[in-house]
Structures are given as structure tokens and as C-alpha cells.
Design a protein around this ligand. Structure first.
Ligand code: ZN
Length: 175
């Protein structure tokens, strides 16, 4: 995914906000607009955020490897100054990692739905696997009413749909 797309894509936008907070997106845009490393003071001025807020966001982003800094000592004052840069590629990488995990989870869920037959009463006290239903002579362990096979076709369809959505998003990010 191209650099400019990373900051306009809905999935990446919500990811940035989730890991960096509500103002993280505007902060990243300011950093990116400079085409060079920026100081936290510069970012604060541009975003109209407090310097402490800017630092908190940068630290959160740094923790995930999205923001990196250079540290330089001012020989006159003895103070250190930090200049920051945003790794947009890293944002895409993190989401790809996260979404790949999500795909694995959905695939497992799908396998489970396909492999197991569930039973439930009409009152819907909850689904139980075949072994449990058989043990209770196909009467609900909670209310005692007869239990029937649960049709999980809709659930399987829903999981498949979710999978397609995630896989498409992933493809877009990997390009
Ligand atoms: Zn029941």
C-alpha cells in the first residue's frame, strides 16, 4: 500500500487511533507533511495539542515501532533534543499481522462449526454438542424440553463472509 493511502484508508485510520489515541492521526499527518524529522514542539504547534499530549502519543506510537526518534545533546545547555519520524510501512505491517491472526481465528471457528453438530431446545437455553445432548437423552439439561439439531448454515455463511472481508483488506494492505 502506498504511503499516502495508508493515511486515508479506513482500516489504517482506525488502527492508528486505536493504538495512538484520538489525536494520533492528525499528529502523524503533521509529521508526514514535513518530509524530515520533527521535534515534539513543532508537532505541538502544528496540531495545537499540548506538548505533554504530543509526547504521550509519540510514546504510544514508539512502543509499537511506528514512531522512531533521534536523540541529540545540545552541548551548551546539556539538554537532549529529540527528533521524530513516522514509519508508515510499520503501520501496514502491524495491521497485516493483526488481520492474519484474525483470519486464523475465523478459519478455526469455521472448522469447528463444520465439525460439530449442536443441539438446542426451543427456548434456546444454549447449544450443546452431540455427546452432551445424547447423555441427556436429547432433553435440555436446563429446562428439560426436547432438543433438536441446530442449523448452523447461517453461522457458517456469516463466518465465510467475515473471512472474505478480512482477506480483501489484507490483500489491499499487502500491495
Ligand atoms: Zn432449554
Amino acid at each position: 500500500m502506498a504511503k499516502k493511502d495508508i493515511l486515508s484508508n479506513e482500516m489504517t485510520k482506525s488502527f492508528i487511533i486505536r493504538v495512538g489515541g484520538n489525536d494520533a492521526l492528525s499528529l502523524i499527518k503533521v509529521c508526514e507533511s514535513k518530509n524530515r524529522k520533527v521535534t515534539d514542539e513543532e508537532v505541538a504547534k502544528k496540531t495545537k495539542l499540548k506538548i505533554t499530549e504530543v509526547r504521550a502519543i509519540l510514546n504510544r506510537l514508539h512502543y509499537r515501532g511506528i514512531a522512531c526518534y533521534d536523540k541529540k545533546k545540545n552541548n551548551q545547555t546539556g539538554w537532549y533534543s529529540y527528533t521524530w519520524e513516522i514509519k508508515t510501512r510499520r503501520i501496514a505491517e502491524l495491521i497485516i499481522e493483526e488481520q492474519s491472526e484474525e483470519i486464523k481465528k475465523l478459519e478455526k471457528k469455521l472448522e469447528f462449526e463444520k465439525d460439530y453438530v449442536f443441539f438446542s431446545c426451543k427456548t434456546n437455553c444454549g447449544n450443546v454438542p452431540f455427546e452432551v445432548a445424547a447423555e441427556y437423552q436429547f432433553r435440555c439439561p436446563k429446562c428439560g424440553k426436547p432438543m433438536d439439531v441446530v442449523n448452523n448454515k447461517k453461522r457458517i455463511k456469516d463466518i465465510k463472509k467475515q473471512l472474505i472481508v478480512v482477506e480483501l483488506a489484507l490483500k489491499k494492505l499487502s500491495n
